[in-house]
Ligand binder design. Structure first.
Ligand SMILES: Cc1cc2nc3c(=O)[nH]c(=O)nc-3n(C[C@H](O)[C@H](O)[C@H](O)COP(=O)(O)OP(=O)(O)OC[C@H]3O[C@@H](n4cnc5c(N)ncnc54)[C@H](O)[C@@H]3O)c2cc1C
Length: 450
């Protein structure tokens, strides 16, 4: 006999755990079924040189109101990312420069190029209807074009082009030719503009959670107790007249309502009975994830700081295109974090950890100098290799996907509701978006249950 609950939540990432928490608070019986043998999904802690760090999502920042409120609610604390000193940029062609402030050390021509394109982009971003990107004025045209095609028309210098390529890789772990212009505009507005998305202080990389961001999931799961079942991949969701039967490897549950809190690519791997409406099913076939290998090296101390560097670097040549200081206060080792992204992650994912470590260190030597050559420890996580994520940081919409399939992103299919950061309107793709989506889905379900 299947156990009966009010709501089954599929997936114990931040979105699913938050949905479970809000439903539990409202007095509903809930079970959260998680495929992995752990909670947290795309957030995860690990250690390097004996220090706990995040190998998945880590930073939170201002305007990320939902995750910041949750951190406070759980009694967790934040600390600022180290952000004092100069940033390093490797220009196309290999010249390495240091700079302070917001303006990269580009040629005057490239800066004008960048600024002109930025003004046009900003105006387009303002037009996006965040609740319904497919209703944005001129949506079909904006969605028919890749961001790369738009850059081809607007930019005339290699440096300005490199800026946007680094940015799309850093934000979505993919290249501008894989996503529609409408998607990039939506993503930018969702994150309150490019400046917020890029920035450390004042932006999305401003803060970290004491003990690592995985503490958020761990605390949520602790409070839910036995309602969270791990190693329970959900294979089938069958909606009958009186109840929905959710079948996992560990057994079945019957519920009045279900929340699927996974990225759309994984929601599409579950069998549904009856079959989902075509628009929803096709949506799950359309939204690929980017590719990320997150890499870290540790040194005895953060030596770059005494050289006036903040540990941040950006390079169009890569293969590790962006680097940050990931040192944890109160611990001696200096830690640098970098990301293989998009095509670089695919290429380097097919090589050995030793080769990836060396390629990362080679980048750091170019960016910061010879002291970077001898780290004492190395840590990596390839998210494209994780079967319950299949790429990261999250999904992006290729051309035509928002306008054809977007309306199915959040629309419930009878008693089945959809959560996960991809369904968020604010900070879509971020931990904050996951929280927003879990809270929204819980509200939907509570309304349906009354
Ligand atoms: C390397 C990396 C760096 C990142 N950096 C940041 C950052 O600095 N700041 C930030 O805000 N965000 C960052 N992100 C993104 C952030 O981690 C995610 O947006 C967020 O964690 C997504 O949460 P979620 O609950 O929506 O999805 P997920 O975390 O993917 O949770 C979905 C869960 O569902 C489970 N699942 C899937 N299929 C099934 C099934 N059939 N049955 C049962 N369970 C299933 C999965 O195992 C998973 O646990 C980063 C991500 C990565 C990978």
């Amino acid at each position: 006999m299947a156990e009966r609950v009010d709501v089954v939540v599929v997936g114990a990432g931040v979105a699913g755990l938050v949905a479970g928490r809000r439903l539990h608070e409202a007095g509903r019986t809930v079970v959260v079924l998680e495929a992995r043998d752990r909670v947290g999904g795309r957030t995860l802690n690990d250690t390097i040189a004996g220090v706990t760090v995040e190998v998945g999502g880590q930073w939170v920042g201002p305007t990320q109101d939902r995750i910041n409120a949750l951190i406070d609610e759980l009694g967790l604390e934040r600390y600022p990312t180290y952000d004092e000193g100069q940033t390093v940029v490797e220009l196309p062609g290999g010249k390495v420069k240091r700079f302070s402030g917001d303006t990269p050390p580009f040629s005057p021509l490239a800066l004008v190029d960048l600024l002109q394109a930025q003004r046009t982009l900003d105006k387009l971003v303002e037009t996006v209807d965040l609740d319904a990107p497919w209703d944005t004025p001129d949506a079909p045209a904006l969605d028919a074009m890749t961001f790369a095609s738009w850059l081809d028309r607007r930019l005339h210098t290699d440096q300005a082009r490199a800026f946007h390529e680094i940015l799309t890789a850093a934000a979505l772990a993919t290249e501008p030719d894989t996503m529609s212009l409408l998607h990039w505009l939506t993503y930018i507005q969702s994150g309150h503009g490019l400046e917020r998305i890029i920035a450390v202080t004042g932006g999305a990389q401003q803060d970290r959670v004491v003990g690592g961001s995985w503490r958020v999931s761990e605390r949520l799961a602790e409070d839910l107790g036995e309602a969270v079942v791990t190693s329970a991949p959900v294979r089938r969701i069958a909606a009958g007249d009186d109840a929905v039967t959710v079948t996992a490897d560990t057994g079945s549950f019957e519920a009045a309502q279900v929340i699927v809190a996974t990225a759309p690519n994984l929601a599409g791997r579950i069998d549904y009975e009856p079959a989902l409406p075509a628009r929803r099913d096709l949506l799950t076939q359309q939204l690929p994830h980017g590719q990320v290998i997150k890499v870290m090296v540790a040194y005895d101390e953060p030596w770059w700081r005494s050289e006036g560097l903040n540990g941040q670097a950006a390079s169009a040549d890569g293969p590790v295109g962006v680097v940050f200081d990931n040192t944890v206060p109160g611990h001696d080792p200096g830690i640098l974090v970098g990301f293989y992204e998009g095509a670089d992650a695919l290429y380097w994912g097919e090589r050995s950890p030793t080769a990836r470590r060396q390629a990362f260190v080679d980048c750091l030597v170019r960016y910061f100098g010879p002291k970077a050559a001898s780290p004492v420890d190395y840590l990596e996580r390839d998210w494209a290799a994780e079967v319950w994520t299949r790429g990261c940081y999250g999904a992006h919409f290729p051309t035509g996907a928002w306008t054809r399939f977007g309306p199915a992103l959040r629309e419930p299919c009878g008693p089945i509701h959809w959560a996960g950061t991809e369904t968020a309107t604010r900070w879509m793709g971020y931990i904050d978006g996951a929280v927003q989506s879990g809270e929204r889905a819980a509200r939907e379900v509570l309304t349906a249950l009354t």
